[in-house]
Structures are given as structure tokens and as C-alpha cells.
Write a new protein. Structure first.
Length: 161
């Protein structure tokens, strides 16, 4: 399981390599013909405060089209003590193959990810994430929303296969 670090944070200081961008775009282009259930059996958690937000719905659609089972969980690390985060991360790592966090600080997600052993994303479907900028610049002849969804799917495929 390869998970480039630039995919995990919305404004990651780590830039993708040319090879990583080409791989992401190749996966996204392959998904243009209709996403196959390539991630059938994978389990993801979507941790968010508002499951009806545009960002949450975009992530859900992208993941479910790939065959992923997505559990919706309330996102709140605000009431957790910092010393509890490793235990919470370890529990999430036993339950899920990856977690998408929306509306939670990147610092908390990094602490959880360190203890979980699984990929954890911060706002992968958000407009602040590098994927949205890539979607705007990707000349694929598709509407922006579809380009964005395909890039989210490609990121999931790159991470979970």
C-alpha cells in the first residue's frame, strides 16, 4: 500500500513528484470510462460534522462508486485529551482501511495517523486540497465536479491498492 504524503493534507508542503502526478492522472483517466468496483471490500470512515455538506457528499459518492463501504462517524477530537489520540488512532486502524477527516485539525489527524498504521486524509474532497487545483487544470473534457471526483477516486485507488 503506497500512500503519497501530499495526498493526506489539504495544503501539504510536500509536492508531488512528476511520476506521482502522472500515476494519479493515469488512474483518473482510467476511471473516466466508469469506475469499476476496484475497492470492493475496503472499509473507510468519513469523520465529519456535517454529512450533508458538499464535501462529504462528494467523498461518499467517489468512494461508493469504487465499491468502498463508508461508515459515517461524527468528527470530534475537540473533547479528546492529546494523550487519548494514540489510543483512538490505534482503534481506527483496527476497524478501517483508511479515514477521511473533514473539519478536524491537520495536527490531530497526524497524531491519529501515527498511531493507526492506516492512511488518514484531511479534507481530500475539499477545495483547499491540492486535488481540487489539479482538477481545475486537468484538461479531460469533463465538468469540473466530475474531474474532481475522478481525482479523489484515483487518490483512493493509489492509496488502497
Amino acid at each position: 500500500m503506497h500512500s503519497p504524503s501530499w495526498l493526506h493534507l489539504p495544503a501539504s508542503t510536500t509536492s508531488p513528484s512528476t511520476d506521482e502526478l502522472q500515476t494519479l492522472l493515469a488512474h483518473a483517466q482510467a476511471l473516466q470510462h466508469g469506475p469499476a468496483q476496484v475497492l470492493q471490500g475496503k472499509r473507510l470512515a468519513l469523520m465529519c460534522a456535517d454529512a450533508h455538506s458538499q464535501e462529504a457528499q462528494l467523498f461518499l459518492q467517489a468512494a461508493r462508486e469504487l465499491g468502498v463501504h463508508v461508515s459515517l462517524l461524527p468528527a470530534s477530537t475537540a473533547h479528546c485529551r492529546p494523550e487519548e489520540l494514540p489510543e483512538i488512532g490505534a482503534m481506527l486502524g483496527r476497524l478501517y482501511d483508511a479515514v477521511e477527516w473533514q473539519g478536524v485539525s491537520a495536527d490531530a489527524v497526524c497524531q491519529l495517523a501515527a498511531a493507526s498504521g492506516i492512511p488518514m486524509f484531511t479534507a481530500l474532497a475539499g477545495q483547499q486540497h491540492r486535488l481540487f487545483s489539479l482538477a481545475k487544470n486537468w484538461e479531460a473534457g469533463l465538468p469540473l465536479a466530475e474531474r474532481h471526483r475522478r481525482l479523489i477516486q484515483a487518490a483512493l485507488v493509489m492509496t488502497l491498492i
